[in-house]
Ligand binder design. Structure first.
Ligand SMILES: Cc1ncc(COP(=O)(O)O)c(C=O)c1O
Length: 405
């Protein structure tokens, strides 16, 4: 029964691929290879099962289960009431950019001026504009494998090339400097980092960041979207170590604002003019009342953040302990974001298939490690952006699943 459903899934994917072959002639080569998120396949099947009345525990989703803080929601409502419903400056509201600069100064002691900050509708568009502004055709970007699933698509869509570095489980999948050195070519334009990381939840140390910043010829592209969600020690910004860096960050994760679509890019001064022109042309501006809500988030959501952080931490500690008891290996304990990337290679050779088997048999959604690149095969990503009760129930079901295997 399970395998039949799995096979139907594969068949549908293949049919889609063959349709894609026909479409290939019409669609630009730059984007025809853009792959879908596998986690979306899991979620789509989970939704189908829920419609059939099945009770699913979602440990696959990468978004906060908390409500957006009330102070943020009220600020947006007030902004709409008072007519802040028009375009803003292409770079974003000055007040918001000043708050972002103040936050980077407060948290990391770095001086950033508002003319180096571009406010966008989510971190994702900021990433696309950054790649567009930076990459010539065939320029290479060093990316760890495993990595956040979308990175290759952003790079390749603008004609760049991915230079993958196979990071190791025992290093928490963090780069070793010698691996980066070995991957450098005359075409290397940038090195992409993501700390705390999706999918591993691992945080890079000051030393790691210093070593990477020391590759001075390249730009460092630092995805800091999980900053603030750190439960032990401290996350450092790449801007503490070099100005030859782009930072992407946003409100989705820390402020539980995924659906609001608010993010930003901090870039080297030389890119000021071009970033403004690109955003003017391709987006005009980010949403005005959402930017007003972003100001409230930075100024007033501190207590809400503390409450969410402490709840995530409680879940994190429980999930790590329980997954280990169930026989998963967690090579380096995650101390940030809201994910545990668990080594399941002792029973799982095909993580896509395994994720579907788990979903079909015990009704728990998990993300296949292969979604994050070949280096993630045999791993499963568990998200603790769900209540402790649901996490306990989900892991009880996984225990039953493993007993039957
Ligand atoms: C590492 C990483 N970067 C960027 C994003 C995109 O975030 P946004 O909602 O701001 O577009 C995500 C979302 O899951 C992520 O995990």
């Amino acid at each position: 029964m399970i395998d039949v459903k799995f096979c139907v899934n594969i068949l549908l994917r293949n049919m889609d691929n063959s349709n894609n072959n026909n479409k290939k002639k019409m669609i630009s080569r730059k984007v025809v290879g853009v792959k879908s998120f596998m986690v979306m396949d899991v979620m789509a099947r989970a939704e189908q099962l829920e419609k059939e009345g099945k009770d699913i525990i979602h440990l696959e989703v990468g978004e906060p289960d908390f409500e957006t803080p009330a102070v943020v929601r009220e600020a947006a409502i007030e902004a709409i009431r008072s007519g802040k419903t028009h375009y803003t400056h292409a770079m974003g509201l000055l007040e918001l950019r000043e708050e972002i600069c103040a936050m980077y100064h407060r948290e990391y002691g770095v001086s950033v001026t508002p003319d180096r900050v571009l406010v966008t509708s989510g971190t994702s568009p900021a990433m696309l504009l950054m790649m567009l502004a930076l990459l010539e055709p065939d320029d290479e970007v060093i990316v760890s494998n495993p990595h956040y699933a979308c990175y290759p698509n952003f790079i390749e869509a603008v004609g760049g090339r991915l230079a993958e570095v196979r990071t190791l489980p025992d290093d928490g999948f963090r780069y070793r400097p010698e691996q980066i050195r070995a991957a450098l070519t005359p075409k290397t334009k940038a090195i992409l980092i993501n700390s705390p990381s999706n999918p591993t939840g691992v945080v890079m140390s000051r030393k790691n960041l210093e070593e990477i910043a020391a590759f001075g010829g390249q730009f460092i592209l630092s995805d800091e979207i999980y900053h603030g969600l750190v439960y032990e020690g401290k996350a450092h910004s790449i801007l503490e170590f070099t100005d030859r860096a782009f930072v992407i960050n946003g409100f989705s994760k820390l402020y539980a604002m995924t659906g609001w679509r608010l993010g930003y890019l901090i870039f080297p001064k030389e890119f000021s003019g071009v970033m403004e022109r690109l955003h003017q042309n391709f987006a005009i501006s980010a949403n005005s009342f959402v930017q007003a809500a972003g100001i409230a988030a930075l100024r007033s959501a501190g207590p809400d953040i503390e409450r969410m952080q402490s709840t995530y931490n409680e879940r994190r500690v429980y999930m790590i302990r329980r997954l280990r008891e169930l026989g998963f290996t967690i090579h380096v304990e995650p101390t940030g974001a809201f994910y545990v990337f668990a080594d399941a290679r002792h029973f799982c050779a095909d993580s896509y298939r395994e994720a579907f088997n788990i979903l079909e048999t015990v009704r728990v959604g998990v993300t296949p490690g292969i979604d994050f690149g070949s280096g993630g095969e045999g791993f499963l990503r568990f998200s603790y952006a769900n209540s402790l009760d649901n996490i306990k129930e989900g892991l009880n079901r996984i225990e039953a699943y493993l007993r039957e295997k």
